[in-house]
Ligand binder design. Structure first.
Ligand code: SF4
Ligand code: SF4
Length: 375
């Protein structure tokens, strides 16, 4: 494209530089003008929906048409500026993967997905994408922009792959060879005819199947195909009701989301730390006991999670997830013999305190967790 001041390459360099100043780690550009560019991913997406693998996430089905017509999101859209933002807390130590895996073994501790321990990335990224759009308008020219972070029906991973940012791994996430997958993806749609990037996005999963093998609920029906209904992230965040009993045992101490298919991915030894304070851990959520969290009242829940993505599941589902964790913890403690009887009694005592509450979603999980203590 031609701008008044810069060549196509210079324009891209400038925009990438501004993006880095705003905390994004990478930027690439995909062509979104030509519908044929999206036809194959849309076909795959349709198949996935037709098989019902999206579970209760009806918005994924309802927005299928828009996904194939990005023009509906921004009139005259030509490009998708794809950005990534690393989210590993900036004070993480070099052995963070080992610590995370060990944390999953400590059944009395709550495991909360790394991305959800700090501020809600939707807000953090959208704000910064809007700043980037303003900067471009100011420095280059007045174009149309729309910032999207999981908020608009787009096929972000496919667009990121097209832009050369990385490749879609067998765990369905975008992977980058120098950064793994512990980053968020954001999109800035624009009618600006920016130069398209391609990068080197060849698939480097090779013969590896670690993510498929390690998934606690066997949620992958095939490489690159996830049955969301079985995924712990879906179960603990998107599922608004009763979690089926056979799946409860497999959830372990995971209270909000699941990182297992990322933790085992060899490319994540290259994951980079965030540069932003926003993703620092709040409320000690990287090392907190299930019992402590279960004792929070609703006011504490609302107050402690201000600005956190966890707020979206609401207090009752939060308790539901912790109750499952406590039931599983009781089972684990019993595996290790009588020395843990005291721990099981304490778990039961904590669970029983909520038996009189009128919480129809929590109740069956509470009963189940208490039954695990009594078994
Ligand atoms: S997030 Fe956890 S449950 Fe979901 S697919 Fe990955 S490993 Fe399986
Ligand atoms: S664990 Fe292996 S197969 Fe899975 S996404 Fe990573 S490299 Fe690909």
């Amino acid at each position: 494209m031609k701008s008044h001041k810069y060549s196509d390459n210079q324009t891209l360099e400038k925009i990438s530089g501004w993006a880095q100043e705003l905390g994004f780690s990478d930027l690439a550009v995909a062509d979104i003008e030509s519908p044929k560019n999206l036809s194959l991913p849309i076909e795959r997406y349709k198949n996935w929906i037709e098989q019902g693998l999206h579970g209760e996430m009806m918005y994924l089905k309802d927005t299928m048409i828009v996904r194939s017509k990005p023009d509906k999101l921004l009139k005259g859209v030509k490009r998708a500026i794809m950005v990534s933002m690393n989210y590993l807390p900036k004070d993480s130590t070099s052995d963070w993967i080992v610590k995370e895996i060990n944390g999953l073994q400590k059944s009395e501790k709550a495991n909360i997905s790394v991305y959800a321990r700090g501020k809600d990335y939707h807000r953090v990224m959208r704000k910064r994408l809007s700043k980037l759009a303003k900067k471009i308008c100011l420095e280059i020219g007045s174009y149309g922009f729309r910032a999207c972070v999981d908020s608009a029906p787009l096929l972000e991973v496919e667009l990121a792959q097209k832009s050369g940012l990385g490749w879609r791994g067998k765990n369905t996430l975008l992977l980058k060879r120098n950064e793994g997958s512990f980053f968020f993806l954001g999109t800035l749609l624009t009618d600006m005819p920016l130069k398209i990037t391609h990068g080197s996005s060849s698939n480097l999963c090779g013969s590896c199947t670690s993510c498929l093998d390690k998934c606690p609920t066997k949620a992958f029906v095939a490489p690159y195909v996830l049955d969301a209904k079985k995924c712990i992230s879906y179960l603990t965040i998107e599922n608004k009701g009763i979690i089926e009993e056979p799946l409860r045992h497999l959830i372990g101490n995971r209270v909000y989301g699941c990182d297992d298919c990322q933790l085992v991915c060899p490319w994540n030894k290259y994951a980079k730390l965030s540069t932003l304070e926003e993703f620092n851990v709040k409320n000690g959520l990287d090392d907190v006991s299930l019992i402590n969290l279960f004792k929070w009242n609703e006011v504490q829940f609302m107050h402690n999670h201000v600005g956190s993505p966890i707020l979206r599941i609401g207090y009752e589902r939060w308790l539901r997830n912790i109750a499952i964790g406590l039931g599983n913890s009781a089972n684990k403690k019993k595996e290790y013999g009588s020395v843990n009887n005291g721990a099981v009694s304490e778990i039961k005592k904590t669970l029983v305190t909520r038996l009189n509450e009128n919480k129809p979603i929590l109740r069956p999980h509470l009963d189940w967790a208490i039954a695990q203590c009594d078994k």
